[in-house]
Design a protein around this ligand. Structure first.
Ligand code: ZN
Length: 392
């Protein structure tokens, strides 16, 4: 048994500890013990990992990413990147994420997303664990359907989405996601801004029910991309597991989400990006102020998700900035909960996201103290990253 020890300031997935100690079994990749420094003995021959005035915590988790891997931005660019090139670039992005302290991500629509996930799981490439949706579900003419191409060509190019219409096609699309090896179902309950500022709900009530019901039957969680009260309301009413983006959330919907345990993944950093902020004023401005206050006041639980897509406008690497944005509303501790223990739960990861006995030894050490300064999570402050008991 190879034992590794971390001692110093810690965040355990829920709260901070001034002086704690973590004991890891590198061979099994599991945590042996975590507690106050004095209560955890240091076995002889254990290897010490330097924390020196920094802080150690569970590996970070981004619950909403894509690896579109295009140089330009927008649905036509994303759709027309060859699949092979997309996954090669995606592999590079995964390494960047891991080095920045991310040990798990959920991808919600990516060319070859399940294969990226498989390559990481089998040790062919280095990266965070990838929970893949295989392909997103969108209605024909919906957000991922590049309208400049004939439909068959569009479907072929947009190989990160299944277009489906009517409840049985929707059920079949969910079954295809399961067949592909997807671990979560992502669907577009509304459009986004790629067709302009007017965003409409997508999928009927009947179709939405079919997607959610079929997903539950197959044991998959459901993530709904939703803008606007009508789309959020329909998704929440049908019992999805998370609302992605959630622009235009209302107090009534936030309360219903709390009651049903539906998570809120606000992807603020995407809208704070000048490409969005300056173009789509009202809804975005509201999202960057009121929406988070409503979620907080009504107790809807926030999970960290950046919606960084890995294109020229929104490259991977500084995903921690989502935590910084969320911390403005939630405070540093709660924003870290959203990016560790609660995110692990949202992704359906077993025994991950917390420093607890028997949990996965995914650990990041940063220089500085994120309790006081959330910027301590920046990649240049990351000193060590451990995934499943192995230092990266
Ligand atoms: Zn997204």
């Amino acid at each position: 048994m190879t034992i590794l020890i971390f001692s110093g300031k810690a965040f355990d997935g829920k709260r901070f500890h001034k002086d704690a100690r973590l004991k890891v079994d590198s061979d099994s990749g599991r945590i042996l013990e975590f507690g106050e420094r004095g209560s955890v003995e240091e076995p002889r021959g254990a290897k010490k990992i330097g924390v020196e005035g920094g802080t150690f915590m569970p590996g970070l988790i981004d619950a909403h990413v894509h690896f579109y891997s295009s140089k330009g931005a927008g649905v036509n660019e994303w759709a027309s990147v060859p699949d092979t090139l997309a996954v090669l670039r995606g592999a590079g992005d995964l390494l960047k994420l891991l080095r920045a302290g991310f040990t798990a991500v959920r991808e919600l629509g990516t060319k070859g997303g399940v294969h990226l996930a498989q390559a990481v799981a089998e040790g062919d490439i280095e990266g965070p664990e990838v929970v893949s949706c295989a392909r997103a579900l969108a209605q024909t003419g919906g957000d991922d359907d590049p309208p400049a191409f004939p439909l068959e060509v569009a479907q072929q190019l947009a190989s990160y989405t299944y277009f489906c219409d009517g409840p049985w096609e929707c059920r079949r699309a969910v079954r295809k996601v399961a067949r592909d090896g997807g671990r979560v179902v992502k669907f577009y309950a509304s459009g986004a801004f790629s067709r302009g500022a007017k965003v409409k709900p997508n999928f009927t009530e009947e179709e939405t029910r079919a997607i959610v019901d079929e997903s539950k039957r197959l044991g998959l969680k459901v993530a709904a991309h939703a803008y606007g009260e009508e789309a959020i309301g329909r998704a929440v009413g049908c019992g999805v597991d998370s609302i992605e983006h959630g622009l235009g959330i209302t107090p009534r919907l936030a309360s219903e989400m709390k009651r049903k345990g539906i998570r809120y993944v606000p992807t603020l950093v995407t809208y704070a990006n000048p490409a969005y902020k300056n173009r789509y004023n009202e809804m975005v401005k509201r999202h960057l102020s009121d929406d988070m206050l409503i979620a907080k006041e009504r107790g809807a639980e926030v999970v960290m998700g950046s919606d960084i897509v890995g294109d020229g406008a929104r490259p991977h690497g500084r995903n921690f900035e989502e935590i910084v944005e969320e911390a403005r509303f939630l405070g540093n501790r709660e924003a870290l909960v959203a990016a560790t223990s609660r995110a692990a739960d949202c992704l359906g990861l077993e025994k991950a996201g917390s420093l607890r006995r028997g949990y996965r030894a995914d650990v990041v050490v940063v220089r500085g103290d994120p309790e006081r300064d959330i910027q301590s999570l920046a990649p240049e402050k990351v000193v060590h990253v451990m995934k499943s008991g192995k230092l990266v």
